[in-house]
Design a protein around this ligand. Structure first.
Ligand code: ZN
Ligand code: ZN
Length: 650
């Protein structure tokens, strides 16, 4: 008998193999010789014709592991949608030799001990509404709630129902940094073990969780993007926490939007799905408007306190002192906050000490040798770092070009420099920095969060890592150093992202003990976008943003695909880019923009060009994209990446 098999390698086709003594079913997992190695594969078709070339025999069959019809349908859909080779998609399901060789250790599970929480009227109504909806509809439910409204408690109640039914539950979070606090809350509430899934867990844990999911054992998984591909057999509910977060978009190797894939998967499997956010994405709002999603809203903080008042500091009128970035107004507010024995969060979404190092004698700027970006000075590490590729250079105060002594000056602030300014202004207070390069493991995050919760830190200076999810009862003041970075002149997603981030970070203050304050520094206080932020008038921002997107046929009103062409020879990259767009004449429906040099035109020594494709239907745009890429013979020295539904345009 002959079988068509997909191999967990980046090939977009099946390979035919032979097996004599027994018959296989579609979806079965096998080991086959491939090149010089043995590879894992999955049976896609049986009873196929013998091809007219020499074929190899199937080495062995993994008994007990098999993809069902819905799994295979989803796998094919992911490959069709993302234009990723089907073999690469199979690999996403963590099908590999290590996973499938597993000896189960039996362990008695502790009995859960639920501690119920008391919901307020609004939360209780939301819960009852959601249960009602889940009885008659499989459409996703969006649980929107202002920051501090207690969304988590509401969905915990729905999780409790699933645990009582012995179901499997998946909670997806955008970043693993968010797992420790959620894990603690979960343990407190349910008293059961929770399974954390992300790329850094041990191979042993990985295997255990995978097989527990496959065997349908009741369990709760909190996971990053890749948890969506776990082989749940008995999934009752998926919760996508902070659904608006752009970290759900995977940007390396296979590019996919985990939230969107989870919605499709839940629809195929007829599973319940909840999306939560204080700032739902425009795509999600559009789906609510079109009745594709249900909507449940929490309008008040759980504590009953009003949302913190937002004040603007007009930096064009309140001039900053030389080499200082915190206005006297904000400094006064920090002082008042500390006098009341409360804590402050100062927000700037820029890592390091200073984004630019410049020679005042000759104008030389420290630039990455591999990328078209300036090196960022990191004082704690005493190094210059490239934020694009991670290259590190020694810090020097002398100019490497004109050799002048002590001529390098640091221009502009990062979080470390803001912390330095705060330490000078408040010398007897504890100031700490929280950014992903310093606090880079769940353990370090937990330590810092605990210290801040225990009031061992007075002021925390943080990047976006702090904008989401955390809850600190004694935090009463949030200061935003620079609201303008990212709100003006960026692409459409950058603006939405910054707006959401500022709204989220504003919601960290005054959640439970005292009314909070938010101070935002800006040079453009009159701009509508800053005004809607200050007045908490999200509706106007959303309305405006959706109108603009509709006008330009961009998501959610049209579809986009980016093609990124890169290579070490600029001439080659440009040539291939030109050849690709020659294909544009074959379509009237899809529009082709570019090629243009990418904003980051050099990355890790590779020159980069971009092409943007737009269309009215995803299906037709994908057909067009495939044909376009196949129309050119791409030499091995040039790399072409297809990014369906792109989130970044750099
Ligand atoms: Zn110089
Ligand atoms: Zn670099």
């Amino acid at each position: 008998m002959y079988y068509d098999i997909i191999i967990a390698r980046p090939f977009d086709k099946v390979f035919t193999y032979e097996l004599d003594d027994q018959s296989l079913e579609i979806g079965q997992i096998v080991i086959v010789p491939f090149g010089k190695a043995m590879e894992v594969g999955m049976v896609m078709a049986s009873d196929v014709k013998k091809p007219d070339y020499n074929i190899k025999k199937i080495e062995s069959i993994i008994s007990g592991i098999k993809f069902n019809e819905i799994n295979i349908k989803f796998l094919k859909w992911v490959s069709d949608y993302t234009l990723a080779p089907i073999g690469s998609v199979l690999k996403l399901f963590t099908i590999n030799k290590d996973i499938i060789s597993y000896q189960r250790e039996t362990k008695d599970l502790p009995e859960p001990s639920f501690k119920s929480t008391i919901l307020n009227d609004e939360q209780d109504k939301a819960k009852v509404d959601m249960i009602k909806i889940q009885k008659y509809s499989h459409k996703p439910i969006v649980l929107e709630g202002v920051t501090g409204s207690g969304k988590t408690e509401v969905y915990f109640d729905l999780i409790e129902r699933e645990i009582n039914e012995s179901k499997q539950i998946l909670i997806m979070v955008p970043e693993i940094s968010l797992t420790p606090q959620l894990e603690n809350r979960f343990k407190e509430r349910f008293g059961i073990e929770i399974n954390i899934w992300h790329s850094k867990i041990t191979p042993k844990r990985r295997k255990e969780i995978w097989h527990k999911c496959y065997e349908g054992e009741p369990l709760v998984v909190i996971g990053a993007r890749s948890s969506l591909f776990l082989p749940f057999k008995n999934l009752g509910l998926t919760v996508i926490d902070e659904e608006h977060d752009s970290s759900y978009k995977q940007e390396d190797s296979i590019r996919y939007q985990a939230r969107d894939l989870a919605v499709v998967k839940a629809n195929y499997e007829k599973n319940k799905l909840i999306l939560t956010s204080a700032t739902p994405s425009l795509e999600t709002i559009n789906n609510i408007n079109n009745k594709k999603y249900h909507h449940v809203f929490l309008s008040k903080q759980y504590s009953g306190l009003p949302l913190p008042q937002i004040s603007l500091v007009d930096l064009s009128k309140n001039k900053l002192e030389k080499n200082q970035w915190i206005s006297s107004f904000l400094k006064n507010e920090i002082e008042n906050c500390l006098l009341n024995k409360e804590q402050a969060l100062i927000f700037l979404n820029r890592r390091g000490y200073s984004p630019l190092s410049l020679c005042v004698e000759c104008g030389y700027r420290h630039q990455c040798a591999q990328c078209s970006s300036w090196l960022v000075m990191h004082q704690q590490k005493k190094r210059l770092l490239c934020h694009q590729c991670g290259s590190i250079e020694e810090m020097s105060f002398n100019c490497p070009k004109c050799l002048a002594k002590d001529s390098i000056k640091f221009i502009g602030p990062g979080v470390e420099r803001i912390a330095e300014e705060l330490t000078q202004s408040f010398p007897d207070k504890v100031v700490n920095v929280m950014s992903s390069d310093l606090i880079n493991s769940p353990k370090k995050i937990k330590e810092l969060i605990d210290k801040f919760s225990n009031k061992e830190i007075d002021i925390i200076v943080a990047t976006q890592i702090m904008a989401k999810g955390y809850d600190f009862p004694n935090l009463s003041l949030v200061g935003v150093i620079d609201a303008d970075a990212g709100l003006f002149g960026g692409d459409m997603r950058a603006i939405e992202k910054t707006y959401n981030m500022l709204q989220q970070v504003s919601g960290r203050a005054g959640r439970s003990q005292q009314t909070g304050k938010v101070i935002i520094q800006t040079y453009y206080p009159e701009q509508p976008i800053i005004q809607s932020l200050q007045q908490r008038d999200r509706t106007t921002f959303i309305h405006q943003a959706l109108m603009e997107r509709e006008q330009f046929n961009i998501p959610p009103f049209g579809f986009m695909t980016s093609i990124i062409i890169s290579g070490s020879s600029k001439a080659n990259v440009e040539k291939i880019s030109q050849q690709l767009v020659y294909f544009r004449k074959y379509s009237e429906e899809c529009s082709v923009l570019g090629p243009v040099e990418a904003p980051i035109n050099l990355l890790k020594g590779q020159f980069r060009y971009r092409i943007l494709l737009k269309g009215k239907s995803r299906k037709n745009l994908n057909i067009f994209t495939k044909k376009m890429v196949n129309s050119v013979k791409i030499p091995s020295a040039v790399k072409v990446i297809i990014d369906v539904d792109p989130y970044t345009f750099l």
